[in-house]
Design a protein around this ligand. Structure first.
Ligand code: 16G
Length: 241
């Protein structure tokens, strides 16, 4: 199992061994793994080495720790392709999961300089600010704050954003959503975000900012989201041209 003569560090070999047990189904999501003491006996290595492997796997999101209970196998991360422009509702449906939202904020505010430029509206023009926790099968995945021009959607109501916002936009504007640009950054969850996302404060979060346009090129939203980094990973196909 562990090759002490291998040039690969022992903690790395343990990490790989645990990952293999996950991929062959021996360990299932939310299973508790044996204690450090048992693992160090099984692998015939020091507890410090086991601890290093476990800490690395926790940081990678493969395992999670619960105070006073133990260390568990994390759920598989949702892999989100960066190819198509899709909505949260569509993404979850493709995975056979159910999307739902909790509306935290829905109000009209005046646009900041940054938002008004992006939405191509006058500075201080009215915008909706809506904030939702997005759930997949009842588990919190992300907090999204959308900014939309009021003039574009004068009749938008709270009920319209309980379901899919993109559905509402396409029906209301009678045209498809065309394109978006997006920036992804690594951040750390603050107390509020941690509470809403049900993760320990200080956990890794992916901050995504999206700027989206209708098919005719009109910008219709700026979205700032915080996605749980332990539940999400993004993938893209790249070519060397
Ligand atoms: C996605 C988008 C978000 C958009 C939302 C609409 C990212 C990072 N964000 O979550 O910009 O507002 O979908 O989803 O992909 P909905 O139609 O289900 O409300």
């Amino acid at each position: 199992m562990i090759d002490k003569k291998s040039p690969l560090p022992i903690y790395y070999q343990i990490e790989e061994n645990i990952k293999q047990r996950i991929s062959n189904g021996e360990y299932q999501p939310n299973d508790m793994i044996p204690s450090e003491r048992i693992l160090s006996e099984n692998y015939a290595v020091s507890r410090m080495t086991v601890r290093q492997a476990i800490t690395n796997l926790v940081n990678e999101g493969v395992l999670y720790r619960e105070k006073g209970r133990g260390t568990f196998i994390a759920e598989n991360k949702i892999e989100q392709s960066l190819k198509g422009l899709t909505s949260f509702t569509e993404d979850m449906k493709t995975r056979g999961m159910t999307a739902s939202s909790k509306l935290l904020d829905f109000e009209k505010v005046t646009a900041s300089v940054e938002i008004s430029r992006k939405l191509e509206i006058e500075e201080n023009a009215e915008i909706y600010r809506l904030q939702r926790i997005r759930y997949a099968d009842q588990k919190p995945m992300a907090i999204e704050t959308n900014f939309l021009p009021v003039t574009m959607f004068p009749d938008l109501k709270k009920e319209d954003v309980q379901g899919s916002l993109y559905d509402y936009v396409e029906k209301n504007k009678r045209q498809k959503i065309g394109k978006a640009s997006q920036i992804i950054e690594a951040t750390i969850a603050n107390e509020d975000q941690a509470t809403l996302l049900e993760i320990p404060p200080g956990s890794a979060v992916l901050h995504i900012e999206r700027h989206s346009f209708l098919e005719d090129g009109t910008p219709f939203e700026v979205v700032k989201s915080s996605y749980r980094a332990d539940r999400y990973k993004f993938s893209s196909d790249i070519t060397r041209g």
